[in-house]
Design a protein around this ligand. Structure first.
Ligand code: UFG
Length: 327
């Protein structure tokens, strides 16, 4: 069965491609490599290109009998989205519409979409359920929520069935050490801490120590990228079998503070490094923890990796990367 994976050369997309490939699906990766890595797109056929390229999409849909599309290509930097919202609405919304329209044109009606916990904005209740209010506070979160709403309308009007996965804090790497998190610029907590451990940066800065949490730092729900990948397989099977539109939180259901994550990295790497405490980063909620019962119940999804596993696998990948094997 052919699955088109848009953004399959990126961090989460490549892990999903690897798992799809292992499960016997035929993977076709479409990626413009603006943030993806050519060497990550090795679990299927690689087609360089953009989801906004209607002609290329026609060729792909005409040539391959695509059963479903998974869509991972989006800009993801919250801060940048505030400064340059056009970039976010153009790519994350407009270009997604081109992809969706091409699917409709070629009678492909199954879609898996990468959404985010950012759709909830500053949550009122923790853990967060899927039906919690959606008040995204930045263009990035808004762009993802707009697509979610478009998908509801497309289901009603065109019978396009979709699964939206709202990721919490994706982290960790495949055990093979072949693929992992490599953003440029990197803004995510765990790779930045690992950089500090490797001496690639002077220190790790904690953004705010005066939150109303147990140690004053923000609490996040870290979920291993292969747990996310596994959810995509389950979501695809559900979509193929049940043909129903739905949305699911993907988080471990556990919260760890920024300070706890730093201490865990020190323990696992056995390396001490400088930690600086600075002011809050605007827009960070104190707590983001998923209620993941819905995905567990409906998709029979069960996250398997602990925070230790996340940091250990991320550390293996990070060291390999700087050894020059994968970069
Ligand atoms: N943090 C630091 N120092 C750093 C980097 C991050 O203290 O150098 C803190 C942040 O302030 C935050 C926590 O670490 O409290 C996690 O920050 P990340 O940037 O790693 O992740 P976010 O929780 O901000 O973002 C994640 C996803 C986004 C998504 C968001 C939902 O990466 O795509 O969750 O709000 F939008």
């Amino acid at each position: 069965m052919n699955i088109l994976v848009a953004g399959g050369a990126g961090y989460i997309g490549s892990h999903v491609c690897k798992m799809l490939n292992e499960k016997g699906y035929n993977v076709i990766v479409l990626d413009n490599l603006s943030n993806g890595h050519r060497e990550f797109a090795k679990y299927g056929k690689f087609i360089p290109g953009d989801i906004s390229d209607k002609k290329l999409l026609d060729i792909i849909f005409e040539h391959y009998n695509i059963a479903a599309v998974m869509h991972f290509c989006a800009y993801i930097e919250v801060g940048e989205s505030v400064i340059n919202p056009y970039k976010y609405y153009e790519n994350n919304v407009s270009n997604t519409l081109v992809l969706l329209n091409s699917m409709l044109k070629h009678n492909v009606n199954k879609f898996i979409f990468s959404s985010t916990a950012a759709v909830y904005g500053m949550p009122e209740k923790i853990p967060i359920k899927e039906d919690a209010p959606k008040n995204p506070i930045n263009p990035y979160g808004k762009s993802k929520y707009m697509v979610e709403e478009i998908l509801d309308d497309f289901d009603k009007a065109y019978n396009l069935k979709s699964i939206r996965f709202r990721y919490f804090n994706a982290a960790g790497a495949d055990e093979s050490g072949e693929i992992g998190e490599a953003h440029n610029p990197e803004t995510h907590l765990i790779p930045l801490i690992l950089d500090a451990a490797l001496g690639k940066r002077e220190s790790i800065k904690i953004f705010g120590t005066d939150y109303e949490t147990k140690d004053g730092t923000c609490i996040r729900d870290f979920v291993h990228v292969n747990d996310l990948a596994n959810a995509h397989i389950k979501g695809l099977e559900y979509l193929l079998k049940e043909n129903k539109t739905d949305c699911f939180n993907l988080g471990s259901g556990n919260g760890y503070s920024v300070r706890e994550v730093i201490e865990k990295v020190k323990e696992i790497t056995n390396i001490d490094f400088k930690v600086e405490e600075i002011e809050r980063r605007p827009g960070d909620p104190a707590y983001l923890i998923a209620d993941n019962q819905k995905a567990k119940k409906i998709l029979s999804w069960e996250p398997k990796y602990s925070l230790d596993d996340i940091i250990k696998t991320a550390w293996t990948w990070h060291k390999e990367r700087y050894n020059g094997r994968t970069r």
